[in-house]
Design a protein around this ligand. Structure first.
Ligand code: UDP
Ligand code: MG
Length: 153
């Protein structure tokens, strides 16, 4: 099963949307295996957004991402990386489709509510960036036979 990183961003925390966003992933059938409220600093953001450091908007993004705590989550499921990205919608919330988190709750590019790993390779780097090994838990959940076919593992 894949694991992917979600950050519920400062705008969503401040707008009391942590529960709504978390509920969407739960209802989808994803399994929550890591969860914490954290205050990000410049160091971890420069690592996390290394691909954006030379963009003109990066200083604004870094400031925004430190403006309040964020909720870091690790979700597990079959093809979880792609499933979560689809549920978030495209980066620009104004263009994100209705039914997605950004499409339903946002109207901004910067304040777009959630971060989600963009590939399995990225997820494998991002989960350990935010969670120590013992903070991602292995446990059984009842009822997987009603979520997946036997070959979806
Ligand atoms: N961002 C921004 N302005 C831009 C592009 C991106 O403020 O023109 C912010 C936005 O919050 C976005 C984050 O930088 O979520 C990371 O950008 P990326 O291209 O990785 O988008 P994502 O993977 O989050 O959809
Ligand atoms: Mg990205």
């Amino acid at each position: 099963m894949e694991r992917t990183l979600v950050l519920i961003k400062p705008d969503a925390v401040q707008r009391n949307l942590v529960g709504d966003i978390t509920q969407r992933f739960e209802r989808k059938g994803l399994k929550l295996v890591g969860l914490k409220l954290i205050q990000l600093d410049s160091k971890i953001l420069k690592e996390h957004y290394a691909h954006l450091l030379d963009k003109p908007f990066y200083p604004g993004t870094e400031k925004f991402m430190q403006s309040s705590p964020v909720v870091a989550q690790c979700w597990e499921g079959f093809e979880a990386v792609e499933v979560v990205r689809q549920m978030c919608g495209v980066t620009n919330s104004r263009k994100a489709l209705p039914g997605t988190i950004r499409g339903d709750f946002g109207i901004s590019v910067q304040c777009n509510l959630v971060h989600a790993s963009d590939s399995l390779d990225t997820a494998k780097k991002e989960v350990p960036r935010f969670f120590a090994v013992n903070e991602v838990l292995n446990y059984e959940k009842m009822g997987p036979e009603y979520l997946y076919a036997p070959d979806e593992k």
